[in-house]
Design a protein around this ligand. Structure first.
Ligand SMILES: [Zn+2]
Length: 681
């Protein structure tokens, strides 16, 4: 393996301070909101006034434990807060409340992958502490001010073992750590605003040596790129010192990105300098097993688990899986779309090529201009042949940032086109009749004249016809021995503009079998045979695709592998096995509301045909939907799940598996992974 450091190697350990997204500070009830006027969120506790007593907030503990569990850590049943004593103007108490000898959690790990290969980076510990305030340096008055709004905000510090050997590994570690915290929902991953801060401990040694060299600590570097740069530059600085016969001194250093050099901040204090001692004002933090296990059960799948599922079960490429799990909101948007539309690869392609172009993310929130419902419906319109893939992009452009249903847009704009070869054939017949010379040349053996006809057809259809179908139809019409005359074509339903019942479905099956992309037929309303038979409610679709039969509350259906994975995110059981053990029922959502103070959680009332009345289900799965979109929809519910306390006095009486739009949709359709015929029990 090539090394950036010649006969030396770098030994890197990272300490990350991640702000926990609690509503209040760690040890008082002050709000954690930022950007407000200085010192407006303070109280005797966080101002460090004498006699004020800290009280640990439960929300911070829940978040820290959840994150530590997601990182594979062992949660210590008992941990102890300690005072870390030092003076700084933004630390009025003269000490920071942290954890030292007995931290919250130990021994986790992160899987990282670089060009050097896959690697498991071990975590030494995860502990809780509080943030300090902020010094504000006013350039005009040469005065420095202190803002204590941030003092007492809860942090978790995640300390790695010195397992990393290159800046590339360090950057990869930070990315993976950041995404885990974001997917657990405890940190917004914002490096610029300082809610995810990294210090790097760097030392060097000759390759093959085992003893650790003297390390320096690089402080507060606010981008992944700068962390990587700073590590390389610092490692080379240390190597140069050693090669000159000097020794590396234990120091805390900063990084100047403009000059591309690290610089001395201070000679590093030994830990003894902090005079740690147990915080006398706080009792040890004792966590009972049930508290921890509840949080473990409630953990969402990690980004790595999500990527594995997308590749292994849904058939996506690793690149697509990485893009679609790039942010928690994008990931849940994709998951929700796949629950509504059972062709994961097509959904992935469309979301990547169209939807993600418009998405703006900021911290944990993402501005996605459409709903999963809209995307699913749009893709179904393409599948049915109602519109072409190209038209789908136009419909998408009109649908963005509105609640409009794709079907309405298609209807209003008269975009809907007929879906069988009949119309194309009629068009081809007319074209051939109008161009007898060219037709004659083709029949005389000039095969390349076909291109002329294909071009004309594409022009007539505004480019919305599928070239493969156009080719096929033209060959048939032009083929020697065949009669191209329009007058001899019998007025079948296909070419008079009325669809044969079932034509769409038949076409669909045929295309599915061949794997061909479907996007037939003309969009130009003046084109022969296309007409505009779809501007009223009596659209051809309404005629040609029979609405699905009404589903009874316990009617059987089949499930997709996508819904299986949502059902058992962290389970070792395969989807089939999971299904076999569950009581799955179709239900109807009769109410949906946001749960106060639990972002992203909806409370659904679902009628599953029980005499006892509707189930009360707390669903984060539904977070991509506005509550009003869910009411009235059919869903698949796992009723056998034991009513589960999910904290704050909230109990869920089931798990919602599949949310499908009502009108005109099958509840669930079949796809790979789960064999057709798997029953809802
Ligand atoms: Zn306070």
């Amino acid at each position: 393996m090539s090394t950036p450091y010649g006969s030396f190697e770098a030994v890197i350990g990272l300490e990350v301070h991640a702000q926990l997204l609690t509503r209040t500070k760690a040890f008082c009830a002050c709000e954690t909101s930022f950007g407000d006027p200085a010192n407006t969120h303070t109280c005797p506790v966080c101002l460090g006034l004498p006699g004020a007593l800290p009280v640990l907030g439960e929300e911070a503990v829940r978040m820290a434990v959840s994150a530590a569990l997601a990182l594979g850590c062992t949660i210590n049943p008992r941990s102890v807060f300690a005072r870390k004593n030092y003076f700084y103007p933004d630390l009025p108490k003269g000490y920071q409340i942290s954890q030292y000898e007995e931290p919250l959690a130990t021994h986790g790990h992160l899987e990282i992958e670089t060009e050097a290969g896959k690697k498991r980076a071990r975590l030494l510990r995860v502990h809780m502490e509080e943030d300090a305030g902020k010094n504000v340096h006013d350039a005009r008055s040469s005065e420095s001010l202190v803002d204590l709004n941030r003092a007492g905000v809860p942090l978790m510090e995640i300390v790695s073992e010195p397992d990393l050997r290159s800046s590339e590994e360090a950057a990869e570690y930070l990315k993976r750590l950041r995404e885990v915290l974001m997917f657990v929902g405890v940190n917004d991953g914002n490096l610029e605003q300082g809610s995810f801060r990294c210090d790097a401990n760097v030392s060097v040694r000759h390759r093959g040596e085992h003893a650790l060299g003297t390390r320096t600590e690089l402080k507060n570097i606010n981008s992944f790129r700068f962390v990587a740069e700073a590590i390389d530059i610092e490692a080379r600085r240390q190597i140069a010192l050693i090669e000159r016969g000097d020794r590396v001194r234990m120091q805390t250093r900063g990084y100047n990105a403009d000059r591309r050099e690290t610089y001395l901040l201070r000679d590093k204090e030994g830990e003894a300098g902090y005079r740690y001692f147990p915080e006398p004002d706080l009792p040890p933090l004792v966590l009972d097993r049930a508290f921890v296990e509840d949080l473990r059960v409630a953990l969402p799948p990690t980004p790595a688990q999500r990527r594995r599922r997308l590749v292994d079960e849904l058939g996506l490429t690793p690149q697509a899986a990485a893009v679609l799990t790039g942010h928690p909101q994008i990931s849940s948007f994709y998951d929700a779309t796949v629950l509504l539309y059972a062709e994961p690869v097509k959904a992935a392609n469309f979301i990547q090529s169209e939807v993600l172009r418009d998405v703006r993310v900021s911290g944990l929130s993402a501005d996605i201009p459409v709903s999963p419902n809209q995307v699913a419906e749009l893709l179904r319109l393409v599948d049915k042949g109602t519109i072409s893939g190209k038209q789908a992009k136009d419909v998408y452009a009109r649908m963005r940032a509105t609640r409009a249903r794709p079907e309405e847009i298609v209807r209003e704009r008269g975009m809907s086109v007929i879906s069988d070869e009949g119309a194309l054939e009629a068009m081809a017949n007319k074209l051939v009749a109008e161009n007898p010379k060219q037709a004659e040349s083709y029949r005389a053996g000039k095969a390349n004249i076909l291109g002329f006809f294909v071009g004309q057809m594409m022009k007539l259809t505004g480019g919305s016809a599928d070239p493969a179908i156009v080719n096929k139809v033209l060959r048939r019409v032009l083929s020697p021995g065949g009669d191209p005359g329009v007058e001899k074509v019998a007025p079948t339903p296909q070419n008079t503009g009325t669809l044969r019942p079932g034509a769409v479905a038949a076409l669909r099956d045929e295309e599915r079998g061949s794997g061909a992309r479907r996007s037939p037929v003309p969009s130009d309303p003046s084109a022969p045979g296309s007409g505009r038979r779809d501007r009223d409610d009596q659209s051809p679709m309404a005629h040609s695709v029979p609405p699905p039969p009404p589903l009874g509350p316990l009617e059987h259906t089949t499930l997709t592998s996508a819904s299986a994975a949502v059902l058992a995110p962290a389970s070792d059981h395969g989807p089939e096995e999971t299904f076999a053990r569950l009581d799955l029922r179709v239900g109807r959502v009769i109410s949906a509301e946001r749960v106060p103070r639990r972002d992203g959680l909806l409370e659904l009332g679902v009628d599953v045909g029980d005499e006892a009345g509707p189930r009360r289900i707390l669903a984060s799965l539904a977070l991509s939907f506005a509550p009003e979109q869910l009411v009235g929809q059919r869903v698949v519910v796992s009723c056998a799940v034991t009513p589960r306390d999910i904290g704050k006095g909230l109990t869920s009486e089931g798990t919602i598996l599949v949310a499908a739009s009502g009108e005109g949709l099958a509840l669930v359709t079949v796809t790979g992974g789960v064999p057709p015929g798997t029953r809802v029990r």
